[in-house]
Design a protein around this ligand. Sequence first.
Ligand SMILES: [Zn+2]
Length: 151
Amino acid sequence: MDCEKCGHSNPDVAEFCSYCGNTMLSKAGSPVSISVTPKKHSEVGIASIITAVVAGLLALVSLTGAVILVSQGKGQSDPSMALCGCGMLLAFPIFIIGGILGLIGLFIQNRIKTTAIVGIILNVLPCLMLLVLIIIGLIKSGKIPGPAEMP
Ligand SMILES: [Zn+2]
């Protein structure tokens, strides 16, 4: 077999050209280790999970703060109560961004989809739970009428 690079004649079993050192494996059809790039974790998926954690912490801190303030008898007009409310509302856009990042991760080729799926779940579920909690809170505080009060 002749070398692909320099044309030097080498024995068929040669792995390398004895003249220039060029690899002969691929041409001979010998077991060439086909480099299969292992699927990587989706970067966007990881970003989605991180976003979910950030939004989750923000929501949790705000919610805990609100619960503590309520237990201390503080009302809606209390500035720290308003701060907690802002924190909870701020968590929503972050959850939504995280959810979108997760969705993008689902469509990126050659990436582990699990990361993106976990990211979406981590963003969507707490987001819905927070929404339900806020609605319950609003109903209890009388800001919006509850189902029983509706005509
Ligand atoms: Zn050669």
